[in-house]
Structures are given as structure tokens and as C-alpha cells.
Design a protein around this ligand. Sequence first.
Ligand code: G3P
Ligand code: CA
Length: 268
Amino acid sequence: MRNIATILFVLFMVCYRAITRISLKTNDKSPLKIGHRGAAGYCPENTLSSFRKAIELGADYLELDIQMTKDGELVVIHDTTVNRTTNGKGRVKDFTIREIQGLDAGSWFDCKYTGEKIPTLSEVFDEFTGKIGFLLELKKPALYPQIEEKLVEELKKRKLTSGDGQIIVQSFDRDALKHFHKLLPSIPIGVLVKNTGIKMISNKNLKAFKNYVTFINPKITMVNKRIIKRIHHYGFKTIIWTVNKKNDRKTLKKLQVEGIISDYPDLS
Ligand code: G3P
Ligand code: CA
């Protein structure tokens, strides 16, 4: 009896996740809940603990940052150095995978996370595929030649290429996004925009984005009703980052944005 209940629960969760993702396409009014670097408000960012916590809190997607080691492994870390979030020092690109995974990526946040590692993208997919969607940020891709090809290879290997919304790829780097789109056009693309890049959403740019972009994703500090209206008017969806205040969430919900990225995926 217990087994049947467990099977039914798992089936329910799988269907629920699929429906939530599909709603991205059908303009459901409730924005998707996207866990920033997992659940960075509660756990050391971009770690397996952080991703598990985001799922536990009901996130629809994990937002995570991808970079590459000197021996070509895709790793999940935000900064281009390991200095802030590990017990090591140096640039991500100067470490081998073995070296970087020998670092402690948890104790800077809280000693109870001592021993947490910088995960590879592959480890993240191994544990979480099918349980949640992924909003993958190519972080400083110009530092990592062929990182777009590496990501495509990983997605193809795992058959995550259908473009059903399970994977979204975003970046501040438009050249990298264009390149990635050429390699794998089925995957929805998001352009990240911050205040200094307000020109990015000029009419001219918005028209140009039509060729390869699905999402325009501005920083919360630059968002207002007019900007959201323009983004929607040009036919794009939008995901706003990083939203940690209840009032902001409420306003964005009214503006019918498609997704909200938060360090606290349970923010309501
Ligand atoms: O997903 C958007 C947001 O994560 C971009 O900024 O610095 O947190 O990677 P950052
Ligand atoms: Ca990010």
C-alpha cells in the first residue's frame, strides 16, 4: 500500500513539473519560481545542497552558473576565481577538475556545509534531471574557448535537446548566445540585461534579438511597467533577477512576468 502511494506521489510530481514547464509556453499568469544559484539565501550557492534545498522549497527551475576548468570540464561556480566561495585561491580556468573538486565550497557559508564541492554540470544533471528545469548561465564565456560546444555536447549526450523548456540558456554575452543558438537552435535563449546595458533593449536591439532570443531577462533594479510592456510587446518572455523582496514579487506578478529568480525560492 505504501509502495503504491509512493509511486502515485512520484507520478504526480513528474506530471506537475511537466505541466509547470508547459505553462511557460501558454502564458500562465503565475511566474515560474527560479532558485538563484539553487537556494543561495539558505545554502552555499551553486552546490548540490543548494539545488536540493531549492527543490525542497518548490522551485520550478534551478538557476546556475557554468564555467570551465583548464582540462575542459564544465563546473558550476559564479565567480571567475574560487576565492570567495571556497578555501582555495586562483582562477577557475587555471584548475584541473581534480584540483577544483578538492576545494571546500561549503564552509565559507556555514561550517555545517564543510566538505561541499564545486559540482560539475554533469553531476547536477545526474541528480536533478527530470525533477526540475534548468536555467543555465554561461558565465564569462569569452574566457573559455569552445564552452558553447562543450555545453551542446553535454546536452546532446543526455538527450536534453528537445527544447521543451526543461533547459534554458542565458548569458550577458550576446556573441556566445548567438554561437550557442547556431549549434543548437532548439534550446530557448535568454539575454541578461543590467542597468548599464539599458541600450540593450532599444527598439533596434529588440528587433535583432528576434532571430535567436526567447527571453529578455533584466535586473530587478531596472524594471518598471514600461520595460516589461515593451519586452512583451516585441513578443519576448521575461525572467527577472534577483528578487528577494515580497513586494517586488507581488508587483512583478501583476505585470505578468514569466519567471522570477530568487535566493529564496519559497518567497511568496
Ligand atoms: O540569472 C541572473 C543572474 O544570476 C545574473 O547575475 O551575477 O547572479 O550571475 P549573477
Ligand atoms: Ca547567474
